[in-house]
Design a protein around this ligand. Structure first.
Ligand SMILES: [Zn+2]
Length: 86
C-alpha cells in the first residue's frame, strides 16, 4: 500500500470541515447512542469546551482556543491543532 503524507487528505478534509458540523452524527463508543454533535452536552470554561454524550456522559471531544490556534482533541484518537484567525 503506498504511503503519502497528510497533504493527501487536503481534498477530503476540506469537504468534512466545510459543512455544518453540528449536524454530523456521532456513535458513542461508551453506550452506543447515536446523536448529532448539536445534541451533545457541552461544558465550557473560558475558551475551552468539553462535549459529552447526552446519554452516558462519555467525552466526545475537547475543544480549546488559544490565540490563533484551535485544539480539537478526540482523546485516544489524538488531537488536531488548527491554525485560525481572529
Ligand atoms: Zn454514550
Amino acid at each position: 500500500m503506498p504511503v503519502q503524507d497528510g497533504n493527501a487528505l487536503a481534498g477530503p478534509l476540506s469537504e468534512v470541515f466545510a459543512v455544518e458540523v453540528t449536524s454530523a452524527w456521532r456513535l458513542c463508543p461508551g453506550c452506543g447512542t447515536d446523536s448529532t454533535v448539536g445534541a451533545l452536552r457541552v461544558y465550557t470554561m473560558g475558551t475551552a469546551a468539553v462535549a459529552r454524550c447526552p446519554h452516558c456522559g462519555e467525552i466526545a471531544f475537547r475543544l480549546a482556543r488559544h490565540a490563533e490556534t484551535l485544539w480539537l482533541d478526540f482523546g485516544g484518537g489524538g488531537a488536531l491543532r488548527i491554525p485560525v484567525t481572529g
